[in-house]
Structures are given as C-alpha cells and as structure tokens.
Write a new protein. Structure first.
Length: 86
C-alpha cells in the first residue's frame, strides 16, 4: 500500500479550520490537491471511496481518515465527494 501518493490530500484536509465540519470537493479539486489524476476506478466504483475496516482499507482512505475526516456522501455522476470531520 502506497499511502504517500495521497499524503497531499491528507495534509490539505488537516489544514482546514476546525470550524469546518463538512467539505465538498469535486474530483478535479482533489486532483489539483494531489498534483495528479485520480485513477479511473475512482470515477467508476463507489468502493474506491469506502472507508472500510482497517484490514481492508485502501491507501486513499487512510489519507482522509488520518486527517480526521470520513466520506459522508459520494456523487459519482457529478464527480463529487463530501467529507465529514470525525
């Protein structure tokens, strides 16, 4: 698992003011934060965005969870994800 590739997203989420409890980002914004494109699976499969259990968690999920956020909602059609502070 390569968690380094999602470290820019983790760092960005960590810098959000504590008064923010929810953030909506479209996939293009996430790609700008990462400095690269998301994989095609992020555009196609809901499972890519699942937080899952610690044993089955994807490297991208570690990034937002380690920053104190989780996925609250996903809109694949409009290519947007809502993160909620935990």
């Amino acid at each position: 698992m390569n968690t380094r590739e999602y470290k820019p997203l983790q760092n960005w989420l960590k810098t959000q003011p504590t008064t923010k409890t929810q953030i909506v980002l479209n996939f293009r914004q996430i790609e700008k934060i990462l400095g690269r494109k998301l994989p095609p699976s992020a555009y196609k499969y809901r499972v890519w965005w699942l937080d899952q259990s610690e044993d089955t968690r994807h490297s991208q999920a570690f990034a937002w969870l380690n920053a104190g956020w989780q996925v609250e909602a996903l809109d694949l059609e409009n290519e947007a994800v809502t993160f909620k502070r935990v």
